[in-house]
Design a protein around this ligand. Sequence first.
Ligand code: CAA
Ligand code: NAD
Length: 295
Amino acid sequence: MGNVVTIEKVGVVGCGLMGSGIAEVTARAGFGVTVLEINQRALARGRKRIEGSLGKAVQKNRLTAVERDAAQGRILYTTALADLADRDLVIEAIVEDFSTKRKLFGRLHEVCAERTVFASNTSSLPITDLSAGTRPGRFVGLHFFNPVPVMKLVEVVRTIATTPDTLDAALDFGRRLDKVPIVAKDNPGFVVNLLLVPYMLDAIRQAERGVANVSDMDRAMMLGCGHPMGPFALCDLVGLDTIHKIAEIMFGEYREQRYAPPPLLRRMVTLGRYGRKSGLGFYDWSGEEPVPAPL
Ligand code: CAA
Ligand code: NAD
């Protein structure tokens, strides 16, 4: 296990909001990428998201048509897990649920080569727990930020079992994507979500209390603090279903009230109001401009 780790061939599991962004930036950086989804429908949706984003980059002159075609040509799409057998690195970006992720890593461990490094993009689950029973030495967290093509940070999470060569390979991979990697310890929430999640949950609690309306609270944080978007627009960007799962996991871990999911969040998730990805969250995203939705 102590060999030099060379990463050229990458697998991305899950092609939703995050997986599509991770696959896109990885292909743009010159790596071969195999994307795995749960069924053909989800695969087609993910492919459309990647190709749409590459198309926009061309429109904005950030990418040439030739570079777009080359990036697209480096991505293979599949629903067969065995297609990841030859990967040097597999990055998991599926739903934020411990047993679903654990099951996936167990199956990946059976099919992938011994050298393959496993990484999870989890927002809040302990990497150590995900790695148990697979290959803890060759396992890291690779936590990207939404939207992946724009946000420069990647948190590289090392556990007490991660080998130094695996950590170095993960840091090098992050730099080759033109991201800025930082190393974080394996505590749920790492660095950013430890601070950001209570902020988003607190904003929802203030909406429950009726402190001000949602769009005024967003405006307040943008104009008063210079944030690029307010907390409710951010919740809608991240996905309320995902925030709800993150809050439950972090509350379970820390037992601190500031991580507890507020009732309003749970109700919105129950109604399928997931934010931008479902078209309705704190805002209605179905028109040209988002408009505050009834609460
Ligand atoms: N893909 C590629 N490029 C994108 C993009 C996407 N999905 N979304 C926006 N961009 C680009 C735009 O094309 C634009 O580029 P140019 O300036 O070159 O034209 C630039 O980003 C700015 O976009 P817009 O003008 O459309 O809009 P904006 O100025 O409001 O920026 C934003 C949008 C980048 C999302 C900005 O509002 C922002 O930074 N918001 C905060 C995002 C944030 O905090 N993310 C972290 C979420 S938490 C997380 O990810 C961790 C977790 O585990 C939950
Ligand atoms: P999403 O709901 O947009 O996408 C998840 C995708 O995973 C779906 O397309 C689903 O079909 C697929 N999937 C589910 N089970 C699968 C399986 N067994 N095999 C293959 N594909 C499977 O979610 P997302 O926002 O992309 O989040 C994915 C992960 O990234 C989560 O762990 C989340 O916490 C983390 N994350 C999210 C954000 C964010 O802002 N949304 C930011 C950083 C990290």
